[in-house]
Design a protein around this ligand. Sequence first.
Ligand code: DQA
Length: 151
Amino acid sequence: MAAPLILVLNGPNLNMLGTREPEIYGSATLDDLETLCAETAEGLGLAIECRQTNLEGELISWVQEARERAAGLIINPAGYSHTSVALMDALLAVDIPVIEVHLSNIHKRESFRHHSYVSRAATGVICGLGFAGYRLALIALSDILEEEDDQ
Ligand code: DQA
């Protein structure tokens, strides 16, 4: 049987990881993050595709695509978490497990970051654990998919 596909979507400005506010987001790059995700997925027997975009519409199209192709979705919507009803609607239409990840603890930061539209559509939310959040999201999805298989 083919390994279940997990889509990892990173939103705006996450292409600048490593140089962007390193005191908040650390000094490792998006490439480093995607390598960590690929290694973790391999260990869990999952197939993975990582993508990043600065465009809201592109993120929404990729969520719609996940509906057709993927078994699970990990998304760091970055700034769109706090603004995008359209992204939330796209995620609500997807009937696969969705884990929302933020590198920083959004609840410790400015109050406008405390609310995420995306959380309404997420199976689970991880924040404040840096890159480890993505690793934990993959483990969570692997568990969820195994439980679905057992049913
Ligand atoms: C972020 C948190 C958001 O508030 C912010 O706009 C980002 C990154 C995080 O990963 O901590 O761009 O999603």
